[in-house]
Design a protein around this ligand. Sequence first.
Ligand SMILES: Nc1ncnc2c1ncn2[C@@H]1O[C@H](COP(=O)(O)OP(=O)(O)OP(=O)(O)O)[C@@H](O)[C@H]1O
Length: 553
Amino acid sequence: MSNDLPDPPQNRNVPAASDTVVGTVEQPGDSADEFQFIAPNDIDVRTGEFIVYNTTVEGEHHNVLARVTNTEQERGLPGDFLANPGVDSDAVADALGVPTGDVELNSVTARIIGYFNDDMGTFTNPRSLPDPGSRVYLANNAFLEAVLPNADWESDAGLAHVGWLLNRPARDANVFLPIDEFASTHLAILASTGSGKSYTASVIMEEMMRPSSRAAMLVFDPHGEYDTLEDMRKSKYEDVFSDGDYTPEVNIVQPDEITIAIPDLNYGDLLALLDGPSDKMKYILQKAWRKLQQETNDISAHDLVRTCYEEDGEQSDTAEALEWRIQRALGRDLFVRAAREDLTDLVAPGQVTVLKLNQLSKDDQQMLAAALLRKLYEAREEAMRGDDDRLDFPLFTLLEEGHRFAPDGNARSLGILRTILSEGRKFGFGVGIISQRPSKLDADVLSQCGTQVIMQIQNPNDQQAIQQSVESAGQDVLDELPGLTPGQAVISGDAMNTPVLTRIRHRHTEHGADSLNATSEWRTSWETHNEEQNRSVVNAYDEEEDDVDDTAL
Ligand SMILES: Nc1ncnc2c1ncn2[C@@H]1O[C@H](COP(=O)(O)OP(=O)(O)OP(=O)(O)O)[C@@H](O)[C@H]1O
């Protein structure tokens, strides 16, 4: 993409209404915060569009923001409207620029969001509906840019430019997502497969790694989709990602480089790794494990087996049964003996570490996440207490295929994720969960993700899971989800003052997760196979020729 880098707004002192009148208020809607207005049908006011009307509350004049929730076609000015003695129908028709008689109009329903209260930094509902006949304006782009994000503009807030308002012409109104907000109260990116989850996650990561944020980020990448973030270091993106001495560090950890330190496991992890241990085995194992943990930070599978024999005697059948199980579980290259002391290869400010887990089994992926997240969480707790300064900076971890790590069921990683999601805010440990199956995610985990980027979702179970766990997902948000196309999202929750329909921007770096183009792969593959076959036919013939007995000719 062209490296257009919009400047975030500096303050909210911008007019709320644009010059464009889109309609005239007709009557109250079905609920206390809804009203209807009449709009000429050549004016495009789609669902999700932001409009403004003027009102007076306790003697103070306010511009109130509302969101369009429905549009229906009408023929002629509606009867209710014309019957209202307080409204001059000619004046209304004149305001709308339409004749009073036979004309196509839209009856538009809008839900009040409120007027922006600067002291509180959010919207206040005026608790009164606009007067019939009053004018409705399109909200000003600059006003929306400033009031939609829940950001403290006066501070040095880190902002992610994630795209533009979907209902406005391309690139007219920027959407900024306040990084500080979602990095402390967690993020969920939810969408059906192919709708742009990993693309959007990469856009957010790019923004977090820009010089204005320099995040410390760890990515659990089960499909190996995020290698291309390395492009951030290319000189052609210098103006986007570099500033002075700063260029993001991108640490891509290949599957065969990933290890789990045995001393970083806990007893529960060990039990989960071993194949059906009996009660007696558990008893011996626990004793051996406790002893080793008290003594050392360097534990091999062999040490554990030896200690089991020490605990139950050299001739112990139980220790023998444990030996087989321990060797099978821990005697693999994935497990190493020395505890992980230096954590900065995993997380450091201005560094994104991508753990490519695509050759690990699901159980191993969960075990790795459990051990690493626990270790990082403990280090953050210690840093906050002032006991250890290894990680004296906030962290953000992103889990692709989040339902794998925090499923609605059992997983080694679920417990620590629940802890980080509920306590992480105190310790500066943010989590981003990406998932195409919200209904398969643990409901607590989903409900703790304060900000949501939700893209196309058609599955009713997934929609229901979102409705139940996501506070900000009202019916109008849910109604949008099936109709979104790839790259379109509703952003809602803590980081935004109201849900926002967004067209996600293009990535600066290349996308690494394009789906396979089956027909072209088949064609290429067929050609390769065909060539090989032809070659072998020729070779066979050549050999036959070689075998011909010249003397017989
Ligand atoms: N904001 C965007 N701008 C342009 N193209 C996009 C955008 N978002 C998604 N796409 C396109 O949609 C495709 C699918 O996106 P993505 O790989 O992120 O899907 P996904 O939801 O992560 O799918 P999966 O579950 O299969 O991993 C991308 O390859 C890209 O071509």
